[in-house]
Write a protein that binds this ligand. Structure first.
Ligand code: SF4
Ligand code: MG
Length: 391
């Protein structure tokens, strides 16, 4: 499997009044080309910090301290990677929303209440694919003018062509500055609208022409999340990051959105990084899973392997805590509570809650080992002699 995005020993801290929150404690993981990776763990374990660090959108008082975020754009050239942590902010702005898109848990926060759905999806095309839109408009105008010449169309064509030659053409810039003069750009907006309707169609929205004219408060929660997905997809990203995209939706809509993401991944996007605390969602949608606990990755494996053969005591506890249909009596829960990351436990951060904890666990962070083909675990139980105590 070829890697698409890889984090290497990624460390992120937050400098708060209570102290330094060590949110990511050197996390290494990889999302492969054409696959769905699920990152699971309880709230506050660092899943969102992880993806925000990958996208470099950690805000003050947070800081990415060290590590690498490598992107392998070419599947065939695994020796060529770009380290996002070394790139300029301009580079990142281009990358975000263009090659890597993100959808969040709360669609309301992602949508602008005073802009129509069309304006919001079109904006994504206009920002990231302007040159491509312009090419299409020039082709359309040329065809129309050949069929029936019109002075307005000729004028528009001349301006679009000037802009293609030089995006900073001073004459075109002046014309675009004033709303009344900006009307020459209308064909560009029309093309963006056409694409917005087309993308909603791809998302299975039947009356897309009407939906684009509405405002966020006029549509349902499930529809809003679809619009957010449409915005994320507008530029054909190679990686879609979905941070708990269904947790605020009711169960049937949740299932529809998950199905939609799955379908889109097959058809349009290379890979998906799925953040969730729900193991059911992982089983449904992911090929590979990483389990996080208190800023560390404890286990990574293919989804079936992880469910059939969990190795890390925390993964084991998480799986036992999942309610089963036939279950009677009380649900199993994990004893103890998630540690405070200002002063995390020494050694293995899970040791105060682990039934198998040994002396070494209190002092030494367990290294990550490949214990079976593509199955990685960070736990002292799988370290040499103590392996016999395996679960
Ligand atoms: Fe438990 Fe030790 Fe393994 Fe941590 S390293 S999970 S404390 S056995
Ligand atoms: Mg989160």
């Amino acid at each position: 499997m070829a890697k698409l995005v890889e984090s290497v020993e990624l460390k992120t801290n937050f400098y708060t009044y209570e102290g330094v929150v060590k949110a990511l404690n050197g996390v290494s993981m990889a999302v492969n080309h054409r696959s769905t990776f699920g990152l699971v763990g309880e709230s506050g374990c660092g899943k969102s910090v992880m993806v925000r660090s990958i996208m470099r959108i950690i805000q003050e008082p947070g800081k990415i301290e060290s590590g690498k975020v490598l992107v392998f754009f070419n599947e065939e050239r695994q020796d060529e990677a770009v380290d996002l942590l070394q790139q300029s902010e301009v580079y990142m702005e281009h990358l975000r929303g263009n090659q890597i898109s993100m959808i969040f848990q709360e669609p309301n926060a992602a949508l602008n209440p005073i802009l129509s759905i069309n304006d919001q999806i079109s904006e994504s095309f206009l920002i990231h694919q302007r040159a491509e839109l312009r090419e299409k408009v020039i082709a359309d105008l040329t065809r129309d003018i050949n069929a029936s010449p019109s002075p307005l169309k000729k004028f528009q064509l001349a301006l679009f062509e000037r802009q293609t030659k030089n995006p900073n053409d001073p004459f075109v810039k002046v014309l675009s500055k004033f709303p009344i003069l900006k009307r020459w750009e209308k064909p560009l907006y029309k093309e963006a609208t056409r694409r917005s309707i087309e993308i909603l169609g791809k998302l299975g929205i039947a009356n897309a022409e009407q939906v684009v004219t509405r405002y966020p408060h006029e549509i349902s929660g499930g529809m809003k999340q679809r619009i957010v997905i449409a915005i994320a997809l507008a530029c054909n990203p190679i990686l879609l990051i979905a941070d708990e995209p269904t947790s605020n939706l009711d169960v049937t809509i949740q299932a529809q959105i998950l199905e939609l993401i799955k379908e889109l991944k097959e058809k349009y996007i290379s890979s998906v990084l799925f953040i969730t605390h729900d193991l059911g969602v992982v089983a449904e949608t992911c090929d590979r899973v990483g389990v996080m606990y208190a800023g560390n990755l404890c286990e990574v494996a293919d989804v079936q392997e992880l469910f059939r053969n969990p190795k890390h005591p925390y993964t084991f506890a998480l799986l036992t805590a999942v309610p089963k249909v036939e279950q009677e009596g009380e649900l199993a829960s994990i004893a103890g509570s998630v540690p405070n990351l200002v002063d995390p436990p020494s050694g293995c951060r899970f040791h105060p809650r682990c039934q198998h904890a040994m002396d070494i666990c209190k002092t030494t962070l367990p290294p990550t080992k490949e214990i079976a083909d593509n199955h990685y675990v960070a736990c002292h139980l799988y370290n040499g002699a103590s392996f016999v105590r395996g679960l």
